[in-house]
Design a binder for this molecule. Structure first.
Ligand code: NAD
Ligand code: UD1
Length: 338
């Protein structure tokens, strides 16, 4: 196949898992990352798992000239743009930082694509673009409601910028709207490694189970859901990585007149916070110390996907269960704390 792909944010959680699937399927991958939320060891792990040496550029994407200089002599067929800051709470405290980094990086990527005549883009969007949906499950046609955080707003703005850009330059772009990625690679060599205190549920559960955290706070039990705790559509990271592979194959092969396409990437099933905790306890035979506290700002009660379009059009389907997700998360946590 030998198509060349530039992967921004490729050392992060989702990027690193995706690089493995791409390389294992014959794509030639170069990574650009500034390590603001990742470590260089993840490059070594990808190389160890795939047996392939990767071109790595340590560049901040908000610095256009530096990026252009570093990549001047490279030619790419596709860009996958993962790089972004992703903490919802940090974005509420520092909204400008999120606009500058996430929108600034995307604008530079689009400018670079125009300069180098790169015609295909795959973008990391999020179910957060739907805000608090009117009806469930959400389809790709569901409208963008008020963003619940500046982070969510950056994803809505990004999608609009990409839609305009793709139509203006008649180039094909896809946004994947991820639901809640969890779990780790089967090798146990890569997974999610939050810098500092985790924000997301499953890393917090794992760190509590291993003793790094005393207790998990469950944010609210008065939501209108099956057990009062919020419901989300958790998706295994390897299934999510394979959705990128499917989208890259579509971008590589298709002659669609629709320049911009979006796909939901979730399992279509919703699990409550307490159901995830219980699955983790049962599968891994560990205890989780938790207490119910007040709601977290920016959280919604329930969201899960309709993934019909991605199943049909991308020829992709999620294969892993909630048990696989919590089992691989725990295996990874034990590996990093050995
Ligand atoms: P991550 O933080 O693990 O990875 C992002 C990577 O981008 C990191 O390696 C970071 O160092 C890099 N980066 C950030 N800003 C950069 C910049 N200016 N220049 C160069 N590199 C930069 O996050 P992730 O979970 O892998 O998320 C990847 C993408 O998916 C993000 O766009 C995120 O918003 C989106 N997303 C994530 C989730 C989730 O729950 N993890 C859900 C929906 C969407
Ligand atoms: C959020 C964003 C999502 C973003 C993702 C990555 C929204 C609606 N979703 O997902 O777009 O890409 O973060 O950072 O903004 N919980 C606890 N205790 C904890 C942690 C979480 O009870 O210590 C609960 C939360 O209240 C939530 C659920 O667990 O109901 C999942 O939380 P989390 O893993 O942070 O993901 P989201 O908030 O759904």
């Amino acid at each position: 196949m030998d198509k060349k792909i530039l992967v921004t944010g490729g050392l992060g959680y989702i990027g690193s898992h995706t690089c493995i699937e791409l390389i294992n399927n014959g794509f030639n991958v170069s990574i650009i990352d500034n390590l603001v939320n990742s470590e260089i060891t993840s490059l070594k792990s990808i190389e160890k798992i795939t047996g392939v040496k990767i071109n790595f550029y340590m560049v901040d994407l908000t610095d256009y000239n530096k990026m252009k200089n570093k990549l001047e002599n490279e030619n790419f067929d596709i860009v996958i743009h993962f790089a972004a800051l992703k903490s919802v709470s940090e974005s509420i405290n520092f909204p400008e930082k999120y606009m500058d980094n996430n929108i600034g990086s995307l604008k530079n990527i689009l400018k670079f694509m125009e300069y180098k005549n790169i015609k295909k883009l795959l973008f990391s969007s999020s179910c957060t673009v739907y805000g608090k949906p009117d009806s469930l499950p959400v389809t790709e046609e569901s409208i963008f409601k008020k963003p619940e955080s500046p982070y969510a707003e950056t994803k809505q703005i990004s999608e609009k910028l990409i839609d305009e850009f793709s139509n203006k330059f008649k180039q094909n772009s896809i946004s994947l709207r991820y639901f809640n990625p969890v779990g780790a690679h089967d090798s146990g060599l890569i997974g999610e490694k939050p810098k500092g205190k985790p924000e997301n549920l499953v890393p917090y559960i794992s760190e509590t189970a291993i003793g790094l955290r005393k207790s998990l706070s469950v944010f609210g039990s008065d939501y209108k859901t099956k057990d009062g705790t919020p419901v989300r559509d958790y998706i295994h990271i390897v299934d999510l990585a394979n959705a990128h592979l499917a989208a890259v194959i579509r971008l590589t092969n298709y002659k669609s007149k629709k320049y911009y396409e979006v796909f939901n990437i979730g399992t279509g099933k919703g699990y409550s916070v307490l159901e995830v905790i219980n699955a983790f306890k049962k599968v891994n035979k560990v205890d989780i110390n938790y207490k119910i506290v007040g709601r977290r700002k920016g959280d919604i009660d329930i969201i899960f996907s309709d993934n019909t379009l991605s199943r049909k059009t991308l020829n992709w389907k999620p294969k892993k269960t909630i048990e696989d997700m919590v089992e691989s998360s725990w295996r990874w946590q034990k590996n990093i704390n050995r």
